[in-house]
Design a protein around this ligand. Sequence first.
Ligand code: B12
Length: 355
Amino acid sequence: MNAREISAALEARRPAIAEAVATRQYAEHPELRDRHGPIGWQRTLEDANYNLAFLAQAIALENPALFADYLGWLKVVLLRRRVRLQDLLDHFAYLQDGLRQNLPADAAVTACAYVAEGARLLPAMPDDLPAFIEGNAPISLLAHQYLQALLRGERHVASRLVLDAATGGTPVKDLYLGIFQPCQREIGRLWQTNQISVAQEHYCTAATQWVMSQLYPYIFAGDKGAGRLVATCIAAELHEIGVRMVADFFEMEGWDTFYLGANTPTDSVLGAVAERRADVLGISATITYHVGEVERLIQAVRAEPACRDVLILVGGYPFNLAPDLWRRIGADGWAPDAQLAVERAGELLAARQTA
Ligand code: B12
């Protein structure tokens, strides 16, 4: 079986393996019921499903580092929520047994190798994360104040800090990459390390989207002759701020942009690319197991005659983690942030015009 077939076989057996793992973990460790309460088994089942989804994607992409990165993330999440490292190691031992019992022998060998390598690395992985806002540069101090205001629930104060900086001459791009981006990542770190609630994360994110909108008089001001962009998240992907920033940077550089936001169905993306006669399609994914969906969207765009000429850029967390991934899934390019995305698009268009 090749990597994609192994991944598909694993996906097909995912619910059965997840259930077997959760049931075994609770049968062999009844004390987990006391520690995590009646919801514990259900959470373990959800976690097992999630772990297998990441595993299947890493196998399809033949990239063990993607799975190891996920385990590093999971370790921090769970250790901060009263799960012990040993519980996690037991879980991955049961997972390997589940894979052996449910997959053809050669597929199980490959899948178990990913899990075993991850479990080997797990104990040495950090159990905390460094902060995303650091240093004494004026923009970092402003980012710190902005975040503190949001965490106090004072979005009007946060908004005023940013709008005053904009009227005082701080470029909007600096506000985006120096305040919104690190603050969003720091909010993620605070949630991951169990220091803030989901409600606080939602509040901060919604407030930042509101503040970004207030900067639009600065963004939609200039001429639009540089090119046409359609920017979107793939279906099921809810993280939309990154690709919104990308669209706004293109807009600031004189592009005509059409931003579709989160969770856009494939047919709608194809329609938008054709109707807008887009030069560039920007596709974003944050969750690593959505990379397969990005690949399917790229294949659909390539197969649609009305979209034949569009250049495809991809970006988001998994692409930042594995900078060669874009090539493997058939994109034309990739960029790690909004500024470099505009520059890359410009290079690709220029190369096409001279070709
Ligand atoms: C806000 C948020 C959410 C919100 C999103 C709301 C919204 N309207 O966008 C909600 C609550 C929906 C959410 C849900 C989930 N989230 Co969330 N979320 C975040 C958070 C805190 C901020 C995201 C963000 O705005 N980042 C800031 C932007 C600016 O950064 P960026 O996306 O990387 O974008 C830049 C570049 O990557 C690049 N780029 C991005 N797209 C593109 C596209 C192109 C074409 C190019 C060229 C470049 C490019 O340019 C951008 C600008 O410079 C992150 C933390 C983080 N580290 O990002 C977690 C985070 C991404 N979420 C996480 C998780 C686990 C989830 C959930 C699975 C939680 C759950 N159990 O339900 C779900 C999954 C939902 C889904 N199906 O998509 C984890 C992911 C961990 C991992 N290893 O995969 C993170 C990292 C949190 C954490 N630290 O644990 N989340």
